[in-house]
Write a protein that binds this ligand. Structure first.
Ligand SMILES: [Zn+2]
Length: 110
């Protein structure tokens, strides 16, 4: 009968033979040699593979949006009235029409 110490076992990853006492089971249940043993964490049980625990304490209460610098208006100046934005776009449209008229006049009287 063979003693447990001297049993030679094949590594499940690399295929080389090692003493059974130096082999370890990884989280997949594979018997691996010390070189192939990935330590405390491997691909399966690494903490980065687990989803984070989100609790309500992680959320900030009563959040306000940023100051909308990309829209060139402040939060206080932002409006939900369609008429206000309509006047804004009408002004832009009128300025564009004047500019187009000037371009046409310049090209006509060359
Ligand atoms: Zn190995």
């Amino acid at each position: 009968m063979a003693r447990t110490r001297n049993i030679i076992v094949e590594c499940d990853v690399c295929g080389f033979e090692y003493r059974r006492t130096s082999m370890k089971l990884n989280s997949y249940g594979m018997l691996v040699c010390p070189k192939d043993y990935e330590g405390q964490y491997d691909l399966k049980n690494h903490p980065q593979n687990k989803t984070p625990i989100l609790r309500k304490s992680n959320f900030i209460r009563d959040v306000r949006p940023e100051n909308n610098n990309d829209r060139n208006i402040l939060w206080e100046g932002a409006t939900t009235n369609w008429e206000d934005t309509d006047n804004y776009w009408n002004t832009i449209w009128q300025l564009w029409q004047v500019k187009l008229l000037l371009i046409l006049i310049k090209t006509y009287y060359k």
